[in-house]
Design a protein around this ligand. Structure first.
Ligand SMILES: Cc1cc2nc3c(=O)[nH]c(=O)nc-3n(C[C@H](O)[C@H](O)[C@H](O)COP(=O)(O)OP(=O)(O)OC[C@H]3O[C@@H](n4cnc5c(N)ncnc54)[C@H](O)[C@@H]3O)c2cc1C
Length: 474
């Protein structure tokens, strides 16, 4: 089913959440200046699905409920699904210049689809059927689903069982379900979704089997507490929710999510102590999420390229050859990352479940290309903008009756551009330079070393050595 944005907002407005922002408990969260941009971002994923122009990318035919569904809830059953998923990521990142908050949930559902099939086949469990029923439920109700992997981890040198619940764990198994305890951190959008699907963040050994757990929870659970991140942009948004903070869709709302002995009924449990398969689930998820990340970075870069060109025009430098070259450099880096993502999609493989996974090697390489591409894009944008990229006075200065005239005069660029428009763009540039997205590109989908581990395993380096040995007869 495809529902309008209003239906999503009405649903989440009715939920009672334990939310804390900057040490304060928040009741009316939907209108809160830090939360509203997240609601608006997710809202756009509903809005675009209603528009004819975007239907091909935003909407897919469900194999389960025989109805069109939002592509963020779709399971890939052909190569073309993978390609459209990548285009979906680029479309949303380009329109929002921030997170759409639905990728991780979608990617976990797809990773679970493939993994549960293989777990059931190997050890005769029935997780796959359960997962299919859950997918039918979220599709029928057009629910927004976020995804939670990242545990707080504590001392990284210790295993999960050596430090209690620094990784989320099963604390009780009951007749009707399980009870889980722990916390997931850096959770994009987790508060304002209908559902969150949870999975382990690392491969699990036998002694840690209580930590091999995957399940879905509905938002509005009394035993879950959400604490919003608090970076400079969140404070700014509270101080001045207008264009001062750069992006109307906010910076990138993530939460510490505390599971305080949360009960999960069996029909929502997709892994329960099958530690041997936690690694497979993590690697299937990583392949999908790193793949999707290349579309996400390309969409971000689309807005950086656009801002670079506009800034050059606002500053009167658009025709300078080194400025044009900087923009071309940004385009080359990001399109190379996206092209590698596309290759991962076109070289994708059908799994035993009928679901599809992107090519793992190209997916991991696209993640490693995305970080320098975004980094260089931001450097080029800062270069083109000038020092004002991080030194601009505020919107309040522009509107101040005593000094506004000076700001109006001294912050002006090209003749045909108003000072306010130039300042708005400067604030958008500042958002890219000092906002959270570079951190997101570094750690999203795993810290930089993790794709390298996969690449080393997948690149067939010894086979290439044999090629040379054969060639030279050595
Ligand atoms: C903006 C943003 C949004 C995010 N959104 C989500 C989300 O929606 N859902 C979600 O689940 N996660 C999300 N994440 C989390 C992201 O996946 C993690 O940050 C990432 O996996 C790294 O984990 P970490 O932060 O715990 O860092 P760590 O794992 O602590 O890594 C820090 C450094 O320590 C190294 N390291 C870690 N462990 C060891 C060890 N045992 N031995 C040696 N070196 C080690 C790493 O290689 C790295 O260099 C998000 C992150 C960001 C920044």
């Amino acid at each position: 089913m495809i529902l309008p944005k209003g239906a999503y907002i009405e649903r989440i407005s009715k939920k009672k959440q334990n939310l804390y922002v900057n040490g304060e408990k928040i009741e009316d969260f939907v209108e809160h200046p830090n939360i509203k941009p997240i609601v608006d971002s997710i809202g756009l994923t509903y809005d675009l699905a209603q528009q004819e122009e975007y239907k091909d990318i935003m909407v897919a035919d469900s194999q389960f409920i025989d109805e069109p569904v939002n592509r963020f809830l779709h399971i890939y059953t052909e190569r073309e699904d993978l390609i459209k998923r990548l285009k979906l990521a680029r479309l949303l990142s380009g329109k929002l210049a921030t997170c759409n908050y639905r990728c991780v949930g979608c990617d976990i559902l797809n990773a679970l689809y493939t993994t549960t099939y293989e777990v059931d086949e190997a050890i005769k469990t029935s997780y796959h059927e359960r997962l299919k029923n859950y997918i039918k439920y979220v599709q029928k109700n057009d629910l927004a689903v976020s995804g939670a992997l990242t545990d707080v981890k504590g001392n990284r040198a210790k295993s999960p069982h050596e430090q209690d619940d620094m990784y989320l764990k099963i604390v009780q198994t009951k007749e009707d379900g399980i009870v889980v305890k722990g916390a997931k951190i850096c959770q994009s959008g987790a508060l304002v979704v209908d559902e969150t699907v949870v999975m382990p963040t690392i491969a699990i050994k036998q002694e840690d089997k209580a930590y091999a757990v995957s399940f879905a929870v509905e938002s509005g659970n009394d035993d879950i507490i959400y604490v919003l991140q608090n970076n400079a942009y969140e404070s700014k948004k509270r101080e001045n929710p207008d264009w001062e903070s750069g992006n109307p869709y906010g910076d990138r709302g993530t939460f510490l999510v505390i599971f305080n002995n949360v009960f999960v009924p069996w029909d929502r449990v997709f892994m329960c102590e099958e530690y041997q398969y936690a690694g497979l689930l993590v690697s299937n998820f990583s392949d999908i999420h790193r793949y999707v990340g290349s579309g996400c970075k390309a969409g971000f870069a689309d807005t950086i390229v656009g801002a670079s060109k506009l800034m050059a025009e606002y500053n009167g430098t658009a025709n300078a050859s080194h400025i044009v070259n900087k923009i071309i450099e940004t385009v080359k880096g990001t399109e190379a990352c996206y092209a590698c993502g596309l290759a991962a999609g076109y070289e994708g493989v059908k799994t035993k479940s009928g679901g599809w996974l992107p090519n793992a090697l190209y997916s991991n390489i696209s993640k490693t290309l995305g970080l320098p591409a975004l980094n260089n894009a931001v450097i080029n944008l800062a270069d083109i903008t000038g020092g004002i990229c991080v030194t601009s006075p505020s919107k309040n200065d522009l509107e101040n009756p005593e000094i506004g005239q000076y700001i109006e005069h001294y912050l002006k660029g090209s003749d045909d551009v108003t000072t306010q428009d130039r300042m708005k763009l400067i604030k958008f540039v500042e958002y890219w330079i000092s906002g959270p997205h570079l951190g997101g590109a570094i750690h999203g989908g795993g810290s930089p070393v993790t794709p390298n581990i996969f690449i080393k395993r997948l690149a067939n380096i010894d086979k290439k050595k044999d090629l040379v040995k054969q060639l030279l007869d050595v």
